[in-house]
Ligand binder design. Sequence first.
Ligand SMILES: *[C@@H]1O[C@H](CO)[C@@H](O)[C@H](O)[C@H]1NC(C)=O
Ligand SMILES: *[C@@H]1O[C@H](CO)[C@@H](O)[C@H](O)[C@H]1NC(C)=O
Ligand SMILES: *[C@@H]1O[C@H](CO)[C@@H](O)[C@H](O)[C@H]1NC(C)=O
Ligand SMILES: *[C@@H]1O[C@H](CO)[C@@H](O)[C@H](O)[C@H]1NC(C)=O
Ligand SMILES: *[C@@H]1O[C@H](CO)[C@@H](O)[C@H](O)[C@H]1NC(C)=O
Ligand SMILES: *[C@@H]1O[C@H](CO)[C@@H](O)[C@H](O)[C@H]1NC(C)=O
Ligand SMILES: *[C@@H]1O[C@H](CO)[C@@H](O)[C@H](O)[C@H]1NC(C)=O
Length: 364
Amino acid sequence: MPSLSSRSLLLFLLPLFDIQRCLAVPPLSPNSTTPECSCYQPAGNTEAVFLNHQFFDFRSLDNETFVSNLTAPAAVRPSQNEGIEPLTSPFFDTGFFGDYFIPGSWSREASEAAPVALVNSHQNLYLARDAPDSPVHLTLRTNRLPSFQSASALETTEAAYLHASIHVRARISGSPGACAGIFTYLTDEQESDIEILTRDEKSTVRATNQPGVDANGTVIPEASTQIAVTQPGGTALGSWTDWNDYQLNWLPGRSEWLINGMSKLNKTYGVPRESSNIQLRMWSNGGTWPGNMTVGGEATLDIEWIDLVYNTSHDAPGATCTTVCSIDNFARNPQPQIASGTVGSLQLGTSLWALVLWAAIALW
Ligand SMILES: *[C@@H]1O[C@H](CO)[C@@H](O)[C@H](O)[C@H]1NC(C)=O
Ligand SMILES: *[C@@H]1O[C@H](CO)[C@@H](O)[C@H](O)[C@H]1NC(C)=O
Ligand SMILES: *[C@@H]1O[C@H](CO)[C@@H](O)[C@H](O)[C@H]1NC(C)=O
Ligand SMILES: *[C@@H]1O[C@H](CO)[C@@H](O)[C@H](O)[C@H]1NC(C)=O
Ligand SMILES: *[C@@H]1O[C@H](CO)[C@@H](O)[C@H](O)[C@H]1NC(C)=O
Ligand SMILES: *[C@@H]1O[C@H](CO)[C@@H](O)[C@H](O)[C@H]1NC(C)=O
Ligand SMILES: *[C@@H]1O[C@H](CO)[C@@H](O)[C@H](O)[C@H]1NC(C)=O
């Protein structure tokens, strides 16, 4: 077994190379990191390229160890107000996924702006399918109890993401009064969000760079913009209750939101400047933003896959994009395609660095 220090070094290296070759866990993210590619260009028409790529495809998780039944775990009960319920599957603290994301179990007390206490519980994070032969998806659930809102949160173990393209295939449904969030977070001033409010019209998505209010609590108009879900390849309105692809491109000086591959919005206000983590949440607090869920209400955020293309604050210094691979339509075509081989200076690519460092750990 690796010692604690080599394990933390391994965690540090995780974004840099193909971990599934080294850990005996199911290959949740096959082909994410491809040796021929030194950089990845995400889906959409951005020119941006990134050094790292990870694809978390829950659809491929048909191992009975992780997905034992079709039934959602029981709803959290009024007496379960501490958020201490166990994980619903060993998947959440095992290997590849468990090393990338931490399920949240933190709580927040009620306040004037957030009149309903929020308690995250592992019981609201589970793997499910619509039918026995349907693909598996991840679910984050929120329920309203008389004295609190039971919620669900996932965040990356690292807060080292510095520019990223976050691409998630998701479906939202349930009672009004919940907020489904996919976002980058460092502070309340450096945060970039895709949010779906279940009190909104079914085609409305909120695209926000924080801060959303000034020091006096006045709304900053350029912070948050409503964008519309449109169906793939067209302009007809879609619904967030169906499966759609949501993409947030966090670039230097510009944030871009895309839905089903169509660019919806660019924003230069409030673009995060420092390395951050990436979070997924399904929550409410009774405040004016998510709204108030009726007691007994429930809402879910289902996710089929998460495609992350990113740089980090600890990428190998001087890394260059010698071979750029396009991951357009990655979910349908999981093998990144070589888009261009540029003539760069001869430098060690990140995967080679990682290999050298890995070899050093393995020998030590
Ligand atoms: C599921 O995955 C676990 C962990 O890798 C493995 O031990 C187990 O044999 C697998 N089960 C099946 C049915 O494939
Ligand atoms: C990964 O790549 C290999 C080689 O191209 C291919 O045979 C395999 O089907 C791919 N795996 C998935 C899950 O797409
Ligand atoms: C990511 O890092 C590479 C290597 O330094 C750089 O070429 C690329 O522009 C960076 N991407 C973004 C979006 O900053
Ligand atoms: C599976 O079903 C049992 C009994 O119905 C339930 O208690 C459990 O929470 C379910 N597990 C998951 C992961 O859904
Ligand atoms: C907040 O309100 C005070 C008093 O009206 C005003 O002087 C100040 O400029 C306001 N601050 C902002 C950020 O608007
Ligand atoms: C956002 O900016 C990119 C790059 O300039 C452009 O391709 C895209 O069309 C813009 N999106 C919108 C909605 O204007
Ligand atoms: C939500 O409900 C709580 C108590 O049930 C109440 O204190 C709060 O004002 C309500 N919030 C909104 C936005 O209606």
